[in-house]
Ligand binder design. Structure first.
Ligand code: RB5
Length: 146
C-alpha cells in the first residue's frame, strides 16, 4: 500500500499520480487534500507518516508546492526518511542508499511527465541492503546517543 498526501499546491500533480497508480494497478490510500482550497501541508504529512509507522502502508508520496514543507514535517518522525526528488537519479539513489520510505515532490517545481518517471523509479528501486548504508541509516535515528 502506498499512502498519498498533498496540500493545495500539490493537488493537481497528485491527480496525475493517482491516475498513474490506477493505470498500473498499484494499491494506495489517499489522505487528501481533496481540492485546491488553501490548506496546511503538515496535516497531510502526518496522516501519511502515521499510515507508514503503523504498518498500514509500505511507502508514501507527499506533494506540496515545493516538496519542502511537507517533507520537513514528515522527517520530524523517527523511522521516516522522506526525500525530495525532482530527478530520477536522486529517486533511485535515495532508495538504494537511504531506504527512503517517502517520496516528496513539488507540484510547482516538476511537470507530470518527469514526476511520473520519478514515481516509477522510487517505487521500483529496492534498498541496496549494503551494510554501510544500513549503518548510516541506523545513525540517522540515534542522534541522542552522540
Ligand atoms: C503553499 O503555498 C506552499 O507554501 C506549500 O505548498 C509548500 O510549498 C511549502 O513548503
Amino acid at each position: 500500500m502506498i499512502a498519498l498526501g498533498c496540500d493545495h499546491g500539490g493537488f493537481d500533480l497528485m491527480q496525475e499520480v493517482i491516475a498513474h497508480l490506477d493505470e498500473k494497478g498499484i494499491e494506495y490510500k489517499n489522505f487528501g487534500t481533496f481540492d485546491t482550497k488553501s490548506t496546511d501541508y503538515p496535516i497531510y504529512a502526518r496522516k501519511v507518516v502515521k499510515s507508514i509507522l503503523s504498518g498500514e502502508s509500505e511507502k508514501g508520496i507527499l506533494i506540496c508546492g515545493t516538496g519542502l514543507g511537507i517533507s520537513i514535517t514528515a522527517n520530524r518522525y523517527k523511522g521516516i526518511r522522506a526525500a525530495v526528488c525532482h530527478d530520477c537519479f536522486s529517486a533511485e539513489a535515495t532508495r538504494q542508499h537511504n531506504d527512503a520510505n517517502i517520496l516528496a515532490m513539488g507540484g510547482r517545481v516538476v511537470g507530470p511527465g518527469l514526476a511520473l518517471m520519478i514515481v516509477d523509479t522510487f517505487l521500483n528501486t529496492p534498498f541496496s541492503e549494503d551494510e554501510r548504508h544500513k549503518r548510516r541509516i541506523a545513525l540517522i535515528d540515534t542522534p541522542e546517543e552522540e
